[in-house]
Design a protein around this ligand. Structure first.
Ligand code: DQA
Length: 146
């Protein structure tokens, strides 16, 4: 079975508590359960991780390259300014692997500082604005490309 890492950046461990009017009331555990099941339905072996630590996220992307693992990435606030994460994510797509940027909300419909993604230009594609379904659509896109 093809493995896919679903990586989540800072504050996404606070899903369910953090701004439920923007991000919904479901938790990261709920997202993990849903994404794992969607993976099974698509014959993908999905592993969901979250960290608030930029270095850890960079390390996970390096490992994805070395292990030849496709990635679904919600970079959270790092989306908007982390060149370190951008450079790490670029190595994934440069290696011929798929990297789908996802967002629960639609950053383009929010504050101006969220309108720039430094990840988007090096991603295979982006899905934003559909809540947990952004992840489902990203996994479906990966499965369709294999
Ligand atoms: C987010 C959007 C980002 O702007 C924000 O910093 C997040 C979550 C989303 O999933 O909608 O933490 O990536």
């Amino acid at each position: 079975m093809t493995s896919v890492l679903v990586l989540n950046g800072p504050n996404l461990g606070r899903l369910g508590v953090r701004e439920p009017e923007v991000y919904g009331s479901a938790t990261l555990a709920d997202l993990t359960a849903a994404a794992t099941q969607w993976g099974r339905d698509l014959a993908l072996d999905v592993e969901v991780r979250q960290t608030d630590d930029e270095a850890e996220l960079v390390g996970w992307l390096h490992a994805a390259v070395d292990d030849r693992t496709h990635v679904v990435l919600n970079p959270a606030a790092f989306t908007h300014y982390s060149y370190a994460l951008r450079d790490a994510a670029a190595q994934v797509t440069e290696a011929g692997l798929l990297l789908v940027e996802v967002h629960l909300s639609n950053p383009l419909a929010r504050e101006a500082f969220r309108h720039l993604s430094v990840i988007g230009p090096i991603a295979t594609g982006t899905v934003a604005g559909f809540g947990f379904d952004s992840y489902r659509l990203a996994l479906a896109a990966i499965a369709a490309r294999l």
